[in-house]
Design a protein around this ligand. Structure first.
Ligand SMILES: [Fe+2]
Length: 383
């Protein structure tokens, strides 16, 4: 009798050993707990907004997600340590607006739920683990890393004090940003190969494409470049002008930018951040340039680091988020599948709030084109 096919997610080898996974788990979870514990009284009440989440809901949700996939086999029939957890914290089920009105347990109870779930996983990691456990533990860690980054950009949006130190910083470079690297027409492999370690389902599967010749900027667009655009006569004369980013202000003729709760002097040579895809495109039109597509940007990011400069921001691409040939959903089917409707754009790279373990050149992030609250910027290609 033929064997049933093995599910893809069981083939994402090699996987990190239990000691490394335990270290990742402790680091992501202690970061989350410190963010929650450092909040000032009242910070947990955030306005109802499509880009925000009530912080205590988000904490309950990421713990629920971990427990659901690592300890409950993704089955609601297997009980949670917290009553009503499935009703309260399943992001696929609860309407976004309802997250403000449901009875979220007090923070102490959520901290206790979190401690018990993480302790259960740490007990598993004392022994050696199989491919299935390794997959779901990594999924939960990376999901939590993403939520930690979401706390950082939510805190930036709300003007709260910095929740944690960035993992990296962009190098400030006063050189002219307009130096371009030329790539001749080339065949490249895009997507991820089987057995290349943990991947997300939207990276399936590796395939070869011919990338026409292109020239891409060595650096991302800087604050000074963007300011020139904002203040240009053509933008000023536009019936619908592009406005300065939300964290900029001008007082008595001087520009300032806000880092969390702190206004600092304007840094001309810093990569411009909090720019929507739509505004990035308008900048490109004004300069007679274009955004790179996801494969062009991946190819640049795969080069040696001294050949190009990372912005430490997620960088917008001209590629809509669509499935690669051979895509199929992994067990957490809502990670990619619901967002393949053509209304999201791919971003590549990482931000300064993304830990090293999520910085992979094949990783495909995606956001709606109007979003600019996350740590995003862009670089350009010659037309
Ligand atoms: Fe989530």
């Amino acid at each position: 009798m033929p064997h049933p096919p093995v599910a893809d997610h069981l083939l994402y080898e090699p996987y990190p050993n239990a000691v490394l996974l335990d270290g990742w788990l402790v680091s992501t979870n202690s970061l989350t707990r410190s963010i929650l514990e450092k909040m000032r009284p009242g910070d947990e009440s955030v306005p109802i907004n499509a880009n925000l989440n009530p912080p205590h809901w988000e904490f309950g949700h990421l713990t629920w997600f971990h427990e659901f996939w690592v300890h409950r086999a993704g089955q609601v029939a297997n009980p949670s340590l917290l009553g009503d957890a499935d009703y309260l914290f399943n992001s696929s089920e609860i309407a976004h607006r309802d997250r403000w009105s449901i009875p979220i347990p007090p923070l102490d109870a959520l901290l206790e739920y979190n401690a018990r779930v993480i302790q259960k996983t740490r007990e598993l990691l004392v022994k050696s683990i199989d491919a299935e456990k390794a997959y779901f533990i990594q999924l939960s860690i990376f999901h939590q890393d993403m939520h930690n980054e979401a706390f950082a950009y939510m805190w930036q949006t709300l003007g709260y004090p910095a929740p944690f130190a960035p993992f990296s910083q962009a190098k400030l470079d006063a050189n002219n940003a307009s130096s371009y690297i030329h790539f001749p027409e080339t065949k490249v492999m895009v997507g991820s190969e089987p057995k290349s370690g943990f991947i997300f389902d939207n990276e399936k599967w590796a395939h070869s494409i011919t990338l026409p010749a292109f020239s891409i900027a060595e650096q991302a667009i800087h604050n000074s470049d963007y300011l020139e655009f904002i203040e240009s006569p053509s933008n000023q004369a536009d019936l619908n002008p592009v406005t300065p980013p939300m964290h900029w202000k001008k007082e008595r003729g001087v520009w300032y930018q806000r880092y969390f709760d702190e206004w600092r002097s304007f840094s001309a040579f810093e990569p411009v951040r909090h720019i929507s895809y739509s505004d990035a495109k308008r900048y490109c039109d004004w300069r007679q340039l274009r955004l790179p597509n996801e494969h062009e940007l991946s190819l640049l990011m795969a080069q040696k680091q001294h050949d190009w400069q990372p912005s430490h921001l997620w960088e917008w691409t001209s590629s809509p988020f669509t499935p690669f040939l051979g895509f199929s959903s992994d067990p957490y089917a809502d990670y990619s599948q619901p967002w393949f409707d053509g209304s999201y754009q791919v971003l590549k790279g990482w931000s300064m709030y993304t830990p090293d373990r999520l910085r992979r050149s094949q990783f495909r992030n995606f956001y709606a084109p109007h979003r600019k609250d996350h740590f995003c910027g862009f670089r350009t290609c010659l037309l």
